[in-house]
Write a protein of this length. Sequence first.
Length: 229
Amino acid sequence: MPDPITVPLSSKRQQRAQLVQRLNHAIPAFGLLQAGLAAMRDEHVGFGFYLGVFELVSSAVLIILTVREFKRAARPSAQGHAPHAHHGVDWVDIAAAFMLVAEALEHWHLKHHISRPTVLSAMTTFALGLSHGRIVAAASRRRVVRITDGGVFMPGHPFRGRKIDASWAEVESIEVDETTAVVRARGGRKRRFDLRDMHHGSQLRDALRVAQDRLALYRAATPPMTTAE
């Protein structure tokens, strides 16, 4: 019985989109950094001064963490794998939440009014940052291609296509070349992979070629069905 093969799915385009989201967090931090410096310069004592310190520190930490995130993303391993993904607390989100708290405090200090949308955004961002590990772990368990002695499993595309969880009898075809792979199963299910977009593209290509061999062996060992007269 051949060993099962599991290949994680990690998209380079998706990673770039996540980095853009990080950048959207960091851009307002530059404005808050200037506001913090101005508050420290204009108010030497009292709540305004300490609020300026908080604004300065929270925005600076967010900018530094975002820069580190971009540097880490720019250094993939020699095998072309995705950069190491931590499964603990997301400190960029935590820093962004603190920055939102600083924005809410500044709004209250200047206008004596609580900005409820900013407070809600801060609470949501805190929750996402603290639960990042569980979210990533759950997604990692689902986002894999698995090839076993009994068939194949492939998750559905986020926006199109159903997942394929099929025995060899249900697999219609597996097509693999250097840049793309297409798997078709009964019921119109199809999954296409752009291997150039995958961090583990070479592993996925090799795994699907093994799947081609197993499908051929299954068909060779299975007598064709005949129609009774």
